[in-house]
Design a binder for this molecule. Structure first.
Ligand code: ZN
Length: 121
């Protein structure tokens, strides 16, 4: 019996050691995740994790000249220089078309998108 209450043999409690290592690993992963946003060309910090992952996948694709139509992207009818690419069911990425390449502008939820559509884009 160890001071922590766990039972076992040896110098120290292996279960507590393992828990501590796991916690440190998680903290490090969280730091890496938080730091990773500095690499993004647009702000993705407020988005759910799976949206961030998908958005980065699309951004990387655009950077390597993948056609936006392969991601289901469409030009906005009222502003042909803006392309809207679905990220998930609830989010879309707006990109500005510079002719030979697209530059991501922002990722919006459907609600934000419908609000900003008439004015901003
Ligand atoms: Zn223990």
């Amino acid at each position: 019996m160890f001071p922590c209450g766990h039972k076992g043999y040896g110098q120290g409690c292996h279960r507590c050691l393992q828990e501590r290592l796991l916690l440190e690993q998680k903290q490090q992963q969280r730091r890496q995740w938080e730091n990773s946003f500095a690499q993004d060309p647009i702000d993705l910090t407020d988005l759910p994790n799976h949206v961030v992952v998908k958005a980065r996948y699309i951004i990387a694709g655009l950077q390597t000249q993948t056609d936006y139509r392969q991601f289901g992207g469409k030009r906005l009818r009222h502003n042909r220089s803006i392309v809207s690419i679905p990220v998930t069911r609830n989010y879309r990425m707006l990109c500005r078309d510079y002719g030979s390449f697209l530059v991501p502008q922002e990722v919006l939820s459907h609600e934000d998108y419908n609000v900003c559509k008439p004015g901003g884009y």
